[in-house]
Ligand binder design. Structure first.
Ligand code: ZN
Ligand code: ZN
Length: 259
């Protein structure tokens, strides 16, 4: 089955195209199943994020995707998801929304620790203590059983200067927990395209994936589509699968859904 569960929408301010254009591109590219997992809103008390929909837009997002699900049901299977950080204090709110909005799945995209306001972007970490906080959060998130997979588990290598012994340690711990909790780790194609474009090695980071190749966690591939065109980059999609195969890693056939 050809799938991608990592699709964004214009609502996050850094993606382009209508929801329907993503669906049409996915059909054109021959996908059997796709999922929208736009950046989740959070019930911030006094803060407006520049990288995610506002809380009061969630319903519109969910309704929009559910309508497309119905409209295109004979051509492609569409799932409704969200990409969420692991913010323990908002988990009760999130669980409530999953029920209320009939969300099919969520993926862990841990861009910040604890909360967004006042915290460091996890693609910008420079100090070992940040890495350990990141690791602890990811591990705790996997243990909740809520997340269908971990998006860009190696996001820390976007900013961290070198893959040192701390990176090695947290990578091992994250991979170990992925195995234990049967949570796939995502080989992120948006990161791969960035690395190819600017020649700067970010995620997917080779050392992380070499370790994964030895340890054999469940893995998946995510396009992390922020434009409909991303679905049509066949070469990039293939290179992700080829890389994982070369590492001896088998991409999971499906991910866990709530319904
Ligand atoms: Zn994004
Ligand atoms: Zn994403």
């Amino acid at each position: 089955m050809k799938y991608n569960y990592h699709t964004h929408t214009f609502r996050c301010f850094h993606a382009k195209g209508t929801d329907e254009e993503f669906v049409k591109a996915a059909i054109e590219a021959g996908f059997d199943e796709i999922g929208f997992a736009d950046h989740s809103p959070w019930p911030f008390s006094d803060y407006v994020s520049g990288m995610r929909m506002h809380e009061n837009e969630l319903e519109d997002y969910c309704t929009g995707i559910k309508n497309l699900k119905e409209k295109y049901k004979d051509k492609i299977s569409i799932k409704l998801g969200l990409e969420c950080e692991y913010f323990p204090k908002y988990i009760p709110w999130l669980k409530n929304q999953i029920k209320k909005q009939e969300i099919d799945y969520i993926i862990l995209g841990h861009h910040f620790s604890k909360d967004e306001p006042g915290s460091l972007y996890n693609g910008n970490m420079k100090a070992p203590e940040h890495l350990y906080t990141f690791r602890d959060d990811i591990i705790e998130a996997m243990q909740t059983g809520l997340f269908s997979y971990v998006a860009h588990p190696d996001i820390f290598m976007r900013g961290y200067p070198v893959f040192d012994e701390h990176c090695e340690k947290i990578s091992r711990d994250i991979i170990e927990k992925a195995i234990e909790t049967d949570t796939p780790l995502e080989y992120n194609l948006l990161g791969l395209s960035h690395s190819k474009a600017d020649g700067k090695q970010g995620y997917p980071y080779p050392d992380f994936w070499l370790m994964a190749g030895e340890m054999k966690p469940p893995v998946t591939v995510g396009i992390d589509a922020h434009t409909p065109d991303a679905y049509l980059d066949y070469e990039l999609f293939k290179s992700g699968y080829d890389k994982l195969e070369e590492l001896g890693l088998k991409v999971v056939d499906k991910i866990k859904m709530f319904r």
